[in-house]
Write a protein that binds this ligand. Structure first.
Ligand code: NDP
Length: 330
């Protein structure tokens, strides 16, 4: 059936936060297509998740060249969803992609050269059937390529109209500071940084957020649910079909007794706030106003709906924060 977006999608279902000191805003909860949008997932499930997300005010979808499986498949599938469901809504969508990790064989298929970044972006645009993406990211810092070259490729992507904004992912505070300066000098401001961040992984509190604030750069936190650990997914063991059961980046061995004890405690704190653990984990990551958006994954419509409702309670008491800190792992 032809998709018609819910007319109420902008009636306060999502707050839209300004990205650093730019003109761009992002929904508090954004959706990532790293898992669950490759050729291993039914197209209809993907479609239902994307439609529901947009109906709930989620305007930002995050991809990368190698999301799948196989590599490229998430972009190809997303391109079909765009054509079939969202072609009338392109101007309401913020679509991002990245290059930096392993994509094709040979010396030009990964890291941060101009050769790789610009050819990869062209292939991403072809797969998605787009003229431009909204944000193009350097997916990781390349220690062997001059940062001026990598940032020059982002600048070129923007100047050539293939991207509207430039972003970086998982750069250290020092690398971020340099990247922001180089891009500013080139006349293409750095819009956003995409780091990992969750109650179980707090590295960005040690310098990166300060750099981003100073530079006026936004922050979109990936894996804010620690790949599903900060949800009710594993409270009763490792369910079949879950990410941990598939051993794709998350493994049952990572669910140690100690981690599970912490997760259970956090689950109780969430219950005392009348939230699911997932909702509390997302609200917690958003408690710092420098975090523009949390970038979640979802394998079902139910998970997506659970996550989006995090915005219904974003405030924490001092006692709650202290209780969470007492049980968070550094
Ligand atoms: P999350 O931490 O949100 O984990 C998502 C997984 O958690 C889901 O696939 C699902 O697992 C489970 N889950 C989600 N919501 C719920 C819920 N309400 N209840 C129970 N379980 C739930 O994020 P991801 O690790 O998926 O990363 C999100 C996005 O961030 C990616 O899609 C990508 O866009 C980006 N990213 C960027 C990286 C980078 O280097 N820049 C690296 C990693 C991610 P299950 O499948 O078991 O159901």
């Amino acid at each position: 059936m032809t998709y018609v977006a819910d007319a109420g999608r902008y009636d306060g279902r999502q707050p839209y936060n300004r990205v650093g000191r730019s003109g761009m805003k992002l929904p508090a909860v954004s959706l990532g297509l790293w898992h669950n949008f490759g050729d291993d997932k039914p197209f209809e499930t993907q479609r239902a998740i994307l439609r529901r997300a947009f109906d709930l005010g989620v305007t930002h979808f995050d991809l990368a060249n190698n999301y799948g499986p196989p590599y490229g498949a998430a972009e190809t599938n997303f391109g079909r969803h765009l054509r079939e469901d969202f072609s009338g809504y392109r101007d309401e969508l913020v679509i991002s992609t990245k290059a930096g990790y392993d994509m094709w064989p040979g010396p030009y298929g990964e890291w941060g050269s101009r050769k790789y970044l610009l050819s990869s972006l062209d292939r991403s645009l072809e797969r998605m059937g787009l003229d431009y993406v909204d944000i193009f990211y350097s997916h990781r810092f390349d220690p062997e390529t001059p940062l001026e070259e990598t940032m020059g490729a982002l600048d070129q992507a923007v100047r050539s109209g293939r991207a509207l904004y430039a972003g970086i992912s998982s750069y250290s505070p020092e690398q971020t500071e340099r990247a922001a300066r180089i891009l500013r000098e080139m006349g293409t401001p750095l819009l956003i940084h995409q780091p990992s961040y969750s109650m179980l992984n707090r590295w960005i509190e040690d310098g990166l957020l300060d750099v981003l604030e100073r530079e006026g750069v936004g922050c979109i936190a990936f894996s804010p649910l620690a790949q599903g650990m900060l949800t009710d997914r594993y409270l009763g063991g490792v369910p079949e079909g879950s990410r941990a059961s598939q051993r794709r980046f998350l493994t049952p061995e990572m669910l140690t007794e100690e981690t599970m004890r912490r997760i259970r405690t956090l689950h109780e704190i969430a219950a005392s706030r009348s939230q699911s653990l997932a909702q509390m984990a997302l609200a917690w990551a958003l408690r710092d106003r420098r975090v523009t958006s949390v970038l979640v994954g979802a394998s079902s419509v139910r998970q997506l709906e659970d996550n989006v409702r995090a915005v219904e309670n974003l405030s924490f008491t001092e006692q709650e924060l202290a209780a969470i800190d007492g049980h968070a792992v550094e």
